[in-house]
Write a protein that binds this ligand. Structure first.
Ligand SMILES: *[C@@H]1O[C@H](CO)[C@@H](O)[C@H](O)[C@H]1NC(C)=O
Ligand SMILES: *[C@@H]1O[C@H](CO)[C@@H](O)[C@H](O)[C@H]1NC(C)=O
Ligand SMILES: *[C@@H]1O[C@H](CO)[C@@H](O)[C@H](O)[C@H]1NC(C)=O
Ligand SMILES: *[C@@H]1O[C@H](CO)[C@@H](O)[C@H](O)[C@H]1NC(C)=O
Ligand SMILES: *[C@@H]1O[C@H](CO)[C@@H](O)[C@H](O)[C@H]1NC(C)=O
Ligand SMILES: *[C@@H]1O[C@H](CO)[C@@H](O)[C@H](O)[C@H]1NC(C)=O
Ligand SMILES: *[C@@H]1O[C@H](CO)[C@@H](O)[C@H](O)[C@H]1NC(C)=O
Length: 386
């Protein structure tokens, strides 16, 4: 409820004006990584090997004005190998995940449920490369497309009455036929919509879902996302393409230096989005802590604000278990909590205020009177958990 007073203090005139001018970016915030950590240890111990959020860090980001947290989880923990990918969950792991999601959404945040599995299942020990590709019918160890659909049917059933949830089908599919990415994405969308769940779905592509090469082939014989994913159909027309973007010399997000490619790295995909009337969500981007990277990040954020094809972003990454990871913005702990966060990210988030805080997650700005009300935190606390 602490957010509430600051929003009331903003005043109705400011509310209306800001919503009208700055509402193209509907979602902004950070990843809270950790649920997939120590993936070589199954099932692993909560709080030791893995953890979803630190509640104080979530408070910090939401009070700073962010409205979106991407929460990562590991499929082999949610669906243990004993029972396989599908609708049988490890209820202990699920409960901890649900607690994290509800913590975020009850405070007027949107939570992206991110299956952090690279479109693989059964051996996450050496992510992103280990494990069988979901739906690879010539691999007897692989989980099927139908099993992935069954999983999403179950997870979306459990969250369909929480409007502040966003479904992230899969983190960074890669090195597989792009047609199989399409088939798995479509089966997941169909399963989610079959439950009646209306919320926003984020749809990933091949090639680690890289925005910078959406129009390019990313593996031998693989078709570009731009040629294949135009077949995606959502009966509720409430999806956005899920994209990632890094700025180091191999776009891996593992080096401290930036090549200053932004925003030209987004031009091809933006024209594809425009000509097909699609929107995109940048659910991962991150850069080192130095002046060139600050400029690169800032240019990227400016570009997204100026191009309505982009509806939101979550920075990589906050999270309770990172320690001194060079991209961590975890408050008070991460090396970028005193640099990238206050210098680049927080000022942009302040400029987007007030952000939507309740109402069914959607790829579209709702400029109706009801839409304006949604900027109020948790619609005045009327939202139910679960
Ligand atoms: C379910 O998760 C809990 C908590 O991590 C763990 O103790 C338990 O062994 C898991 N069960 C299975 C079948 O993986
Ligand atoms: C599918 O599985 C087969 C058998 O394990 C393997 O040879 C093939 O490389 C896999 N396909 C891809 C795209 O990795
Ligand atoms: C990626 O695809 C675009 C559009 O077809 C093309 O202009 C560009 O040269 C390609 N880039 C690479 C590195 O192949
Ligand atoms: C990328 O930069 C790192 C140092 O930041 C360097 O070690 C590496 O060789 C470079 N890779 C390429 C492909 O240029
Ligand atoms: C683009 O999509 C929006 C809804 O997503 C729709 O209202 C509009 O008519 C579409 N425009 C075109 C040119 O298809
Ligand atoms: C970011 O860009 C905006 C203009 O788009 C500018 O006003 C601001 O000073 C820049 N911030 C940084 C840290 O470069
Ligand atoms: C960030 O700054 C605060 C206040 O100066 C300090 O206490 C904290 O140790 C710093 N954290 C990091 C990770 O540098």
């Amino acid at each position: 409820m602490r957010l509430f007073s600051s929003i009331v203090g903003f005043g109705l005139t400011g509310l209306l004006l800001s919503t009208q001018c700055a509402a193209k970016i509907i979602y902004a915030g950070v990843n809270s990584a950790g649920g997939e950590f120590a993936s070589q240890n199954l099932p692993g111990a909560f709080g030791v090997d893995y953890q979803f959020i630190d509640e104080k860090a979530i408070d910090f980001f939401l009070e700073s004005g962010a409205n979106t947290i991407r929460v990562t989880f590991l499929l082999e923990r949610m669906c243990p190998l004993e029972t396989g990918l599908g609708n049988k969950f490890n209820e202990t792991y699920f409960k901890n995940f649900q607690n994290a999601v509800n913590y975020i959404t009850m405070r007027g945040g949107y939570a992206i449920l991110d299956a952090h599995n690279y479109m693989r299942y059964n051996d996450p020990s050496m992510q992103p490369s280990s494990g069988s590709i979901i739906g690879n019918t010539t691999d007897p160890k692989s989980a099927s497309t139908a099993q992935l659909a069954s999983f999403w049917g179950e997870l979306s059933t459990r969250f369909k009455s929480n409007p502040n949830v966003i479904f992230g089908i899969m983190n960074e599919p890669h090195d597989m036929p792009t047609e199989l990415v399409l088939a798995n994405d479509q089966a997941s969308i169909d399963a989610i919509r079959k439950t009646g769940a209306p919320q926003l779905i984020l749809v990933p592509g091949n090639g680690f879902t890289g925005a910078q090469r959406w129009l390019n082939s990313t593996c031998a014989g693989c078709k570009p996302n731009s040629e294949v994913l135009t077949a995606i159909k959502d009966p509720m027309e409430n999806f956005a393409f899920d994209m990632h973007l890094y700025f180091d010399n191999d776009t891996s997000g593992t080096h401290n230096s930036c090549t200053l490619a932004a925003p030209s790295n987004l031009l091809p995909v933006t024209s594809w989005l425009t000509s097909n009337n699609y929107t995109a969500f940048l659910s991962e981007f991150g850069a080192g802590s130095n002046p060139t990277c600050f400029e690169t990040l800032n240019n990227t954020l400016t570009f997204m604000e100026q191009n309505p094809q982009f509806i939101g972003w979550t920075y990589w990454a906050a999270g309770p278990l990172w320690g001194d990871y060079f991209l961590s913005v975890e408050p008070g702990v991460g090396p970028e909590s005193n640099t990238t966060w206050p210098l680049v990210l927080e000022p942009r988030i302040k400029g987007l205020q007030p952000m939507q805080r309740c109402g069914v997650s959607s790829a579209k700005v709702d400029s109706s009177a009801e839409g304006l009300l949604r900027v109020l935190e948790g619609c005045l606390g009327l939202r139910l958990p679960g």
